[in-house]
Design a protein around this ligand. Structure first.
Ligand SMILES: [Zn+2]
Length: 140
């Protein structure tokens, strides 16, 4: 019997997310049923230039997850105060910051759909209010 799982997720390598991410995965019902792709900046590289080596690396991980584990859903989990984006201080306001992540996720969703048309893509924004208070907000 081939190995399979329901989904894969792309999240940031940021250590502050680990416990909250695991709790969210439990709640979502995907713990031990999801490939975890951990990359600094999540899908930022794809949003910036889908032909870059970093973008190709991430797309390759999705392809492998799809081929090896027949995933049906891909979660894009961006988070506020992401160091790869320069953190909170790189933005004029929290709204501007959130809009940037949302815009990038929408862009990346289209790129991924071009290669993986059957994959359902869920966009999640992890809002980091404090290390103990991280809320995962589903955008679709
Ligand atoms: Zn980050």
């Amino acid at each position: 019997m081939p190995l399979s799982c329901s989904s894969a997720l792309i999240c940031c390598m940021d250590f502050r997310l680990t416990s909250a991410l695991h709790a969210w995965m439990e709640k979502e019902g995907i713990m031990d049923d999801c490939d975890v792709i951990s990359v600094a900046g999540i899908s930022k590289a794809i949003a910036e230039d889908k032909e870059s080596n970093d973008a190709k690396f991430i797309l390759k991980q999705i392809e492998l997850s799809s081929k090896l584990h027949d995933i049906k859903t891909l979660y894009l989990i961006h988070h506020t105060d992401c160091g790869a984006y320069g953190g909170h201080n790189a933005f004029q306001s929290i709204d501007t910051e959130k809009q940037t992540y949302i815009h990038d996720m929408e862009k990346v969703k289209k790129v991924i759909h071009e290669s993986f048309s059957g994959l359902k893509i869920r966009c999640i924004l992890a809002e980091m209010h404090s290390p103990e208070n991280i809320q995962f907000v589903s955008l679709n």
